[in-house]
Design a protein around this ligand. Sequence first.
Ligand code: ARG
Length: 741
Amino acid sequence: MQQLLFICAAKKINMKKFSLTGLVVICLNLCSSFLLADEGMWLPFLIGEKTYQEMVKKGLKLTKDQIYSANKSSLKDAVIIFGRGCTGEIVSDKGLIFTNHHCGYDAIAKVSTVEHNYLKNGFWAKNLNEEIHVPDLTVQFLERIKDVTEKVNSELSKVEPSKTLSELPKILNNIAQNELTESEKQTSCEAKVVPMFSGNQYILFVYKKYKDVRLVGTPSESLGKFGGDTDNWEWPRHTADFSIFRVYADKNGNPAEYSPDNVPLKPKYVIPVSIKGVKPNSYAMTMGFPGGTNRFETSYGVKLKTEIENPSIVELRDIRLKNMFEEMKKSDAVKLKLASYYAGVANYWKFFDGENKQLLKYKVFEQKQNEENKFIEWAKQNNKTEYINLMNEFQQCFDNWKPYTKAAIYFREGILGSQLFSYAYRVFSLLNASKEEIQKNKLNYIELVIELNANIDLPSDKKNTAILLKKYKEDIDPSFVPESIYSNITKDISMTGNDQSSLNAYQNFVSNIYSNTILLNESKFNQWLENPDKSVLQQDPAFQVLNAFYQIYSTKILPENQKFQTCNYLLQQKYQKGILEMNKGKKEFYPDANFTMRLSYGVVKPYSPKDAVFYKEVCTLSGVLEKYKPGDYEFDLPKDFIETATKKDFGRYVDKGINDIAVTYITTNDITGGNSGSPVLNGNGELIGLAFDGNYEALSHKIHFDAQYNRTICVDIRYVLWIIEKIGKADNIIKELKISA
Ligand code: ARG
């Protein structure tokens, strides 16, 4: 009954303003049943009735309209894209934003100096004037959505299938731009068309992008990143992973470039905060922007990942991390310079390592094979001829690509793992650009070279480049190795031929590149731009080396990669269509995550990670003190924090059940990277925490959701408020919130 109501409501919307027809059709097909467990990253404007009833059963008190409404203000208006890949939420009527510390990390590092080191010491603005504008930081509000499947398909029908993927971005972008209204264009709105179910559906998203975002508060890194990479992706966890920003607008509430005249944005919706706390089975709901999953990945994809992709990435990142860490330990300046870059590399180094372990442990390859066999069986029994050969086609597609995979990863993660080469790659177009083009993009080039020189740490980058070049030669098939480069180096290797002498030869070679490239000499580079003589670049050692690799990559690997991407996309499209067809009326599906707004619901719940071990659902302030290691890089704590915590000055944020501060808890929600910073909401839609991580036992979650082990790690809002009030002494921030006890 209510499902019918929803569909009618959606159709009405459609007739008025939004073309939701396609959505309704897919929803009719798919929303008729629900998945077990709390799997699902649901499009919030498309929640089926059975899913909604499940949410209600678990404790949701809101109507669908209160969560997502096209016409009225609703929860979704307070859930924003923070920066390039995170989520944030609006918590005051003056545009105050909560997000994770690791989401604000880059911004905090950027506005810090060795003298004013907010990353190290924390920062609390006591009034608007003290807030710090962060250059290049943006936030985006979701304005509207529309199904544009028919438009995209009609354009795609004019394209040869083998060109689908190469043409798709242009087609999607054209449609997106055409859909933007004049007033949207004038108010910094951006439009994007995103494929769902691998192109079985296409949806337009319009975002309003604000460019004046300021830092309001952050705990010191020792709290905000407490436990560092050792605890990253792990439960139990004691991290105060939050930071606070504010979005500013012009006097009309529209986006504007930074100006002291801008005013705090008056938002459409503000999320209230609850300090009632959670217990096992408390309802928990997240809304946010999960970046990507591959839940329909085939056994062929899983095998390629576990055998080639993940081990290669992990091995190459391991090298870079060790060398960077050694330098970061030595000086605050280097630490600040590399902090954000290092954190990004480290985060997914541990992720891919853990993902591999869990994919193997849960026998995901075998599970996928089973599913594929069932699918083919169904196709045969139902005479669905278009699907019968699908798995052989997948196999062919992957077999063709496999010989190139490792070289592709070594180019991307190895050669471009060198900071110097990665920037050289970004200004690589200089090699082929005309004088006019260079003139036109001059400022871009200058900016990139300034950025390179500001960001690069020469000692660690030189080491990395030498080792990565050596490793490429040792591990990669000779047909992908640019011999011209290596013959210079091997000439130098002494007759002893031992590893050290060989590494020395690589280091000499690299030293020469770094001393002579104009990329590391800003004034020479700027001079060159005045009168760009191509032969100088062709002789430049950084360009020369990168070019040798790039020639191989672009002629031998990239074309194969494009073929692979295309066949995999088209086969996935067919496979997903088939799976939806096979389960019609039985099971509800959500499209893979793709950095569009999703909702997930679940409950607070403990788990057992392995035999005889039980993990409670909550960590405490006492537990933070238990982990404290004076002077440690990851587990040190500030003095005032230890004092306040030891005094047990909990105030109204105490959890009476444990007579302690609950710092973090875990839920059964289904989230992934991009969700970081997502509001965790109780049944009334009040903020009870911020999602910030997934647990180690479920690191296979992008490909396979494991209902038994999957947990979302959240920082308890009461810990957030306790730190703001007792450590930051920022009552001004607390006063802005709508807190209910
Ligand atoms: N694993 C978290 C995520 O991907 C990031 C945590 C950042 N902390 C760190 N120690 N690197 O959202």
